[in-house]
Design a protein around this ligand. Structure first.
Ligand SMILES: Nc1ncnc2c1ncn2[C@@H]1O[C@H](COP(=O)(O)OP(=O)(O)OP(=O)(O)O)[C@@H](O)[C@H]1O
Length: 285
């Protein structure tokens, strides 16, 4: 964590919705004279699953770091609900394979507000994450899917108001991804927590998400998955394969990009074709 992580973020004086877990407005993050994020709004309410999608280098991880409080905004405001508890599930963990480490030990590496988790709490969290009975397994022997669920269980120990998952379904096969997203929805339903996902898996993201934010430095489009899937900006970014992965959607764009996007296979050369911004994730906008 950098020194910037400890800098206080600006508070929004007016129009604050105290129910929001995270409230980001007109965010600018600039590095080396380049705006990595430009004018981004993101509001995360309890009980909502929000997915960040976008091509490589779109700023998804940067936005997550801002939401987590690891990066302070250069412009704009970031407000987190006072006392907000965040559970973070990384894409993967680099754990020294020479270290003997059971799943239980792994889960106690982080304190729960100054104390160690009890065996019962660990068992309960593992069960909720769909990793029941893995306590005594070597962490290194777990499959990608099992390790992901143990990391989710560890995040649940924090009784999070907000779960943040970076590349939630990475390293999981299709059945594993479907099952994992189903687990996330169950957790959301049971706990009422907000969930912020970063994912490259358009199909699953769309099927499991309440709200999608399509980033490419700025918010290209956002809204319900059905709507985003018909947005010309989305189609320009992700091309025919993206269009196939998603239901058609309606969205008007009123800005024209002045830069070329990084695209996946089959994508258009850029998203100047009708890419005009009207979308916002913010209920106040
Ligand atoms: N500290 C930094 N200094 C300069 N540039 C940075 C810094 N951090 C990130 N970037 C750049 O900002 C852009 C966005 O990076 P970021 O990791 O947020 O994208 P991403 O959408 O998560 O990408 P990916 O899908 O490839 O993981 C990239 O071009 C990256 O090189």
């Amino acid at each position: 964590m950098t020194a910037a992580a400890h800098r206080p973020v600006a508070a929004v004086a007016d129009g604050v919705d105290p129910a929001l877990l995270v409230d980001i407005r007109r965010l600018v993050i600039a590095r080396d004279g380049r705006r990595l994020l430009d004018g981004v709004d993101l509001a995360i309410a309890p009980g909502r699953i929000i997915s960040l999608i976008g091509p490589n280098g779109a700023g998804k991880s940067t936005l997550v770091k801002v939401a987590l409080g690891l990066i302070a905004p250069d412009e704009g405001t970031v407000r987190r609900r006072p006392g907000l508890r965040i559970g973070y599930v990384p894409q993967s963990l680099a754990v020294d394979r020479t270290l003997p480490l059971t799943a239980r030990r792994f889960m106690t590496l982080a304190d729960i507000r100054g104390r160690r988790a009890t065996a019962a709490e660990i068992a309960q969290a593992l069960a909720e994450a769909g990793a029941e009975g893995l306590e005594n397994r070597s962490f290194h022997s777990l499959s990608g899917g099992e390790a992901k669920r143990v990391m989710l269980a560890r995040a649940l120990l924090q009784a999070p108001d907000l779960l943040v998952l970076d590349e939630a379904a990475a390293h999981l096969d299709m059945p594993g991804q479907i099952a994992f997203y189903r687990t996330l929805r169950t957790i959301r339903d049971r706990r009422g927590c907000g969930i912020l996902l970063v994912s490259h898996d358009l199909h699953l993201v769309m099927s499991a998400t309440d709200h999608v934010l399509c980033l490419n430095g700025h918010v290209c489009c956002s809204g319900h998955p059905d709507d985003v899937s018909r947005d010309p900006a989305f189609l320009a970014l992700f091309g025919p394969m993206g269009a196939e992965a998603l239901a058609p959607y309606h969205h008007a764009h009123d800005h024209v990009h002045d830069h070329v996007h990084i695209h996946g296979a089959g994508a258009a050369d850029d998203c100047t074709a009708g890419c005009r911004q009207t979308g916002s994730t913010h209920p106040h906008s």
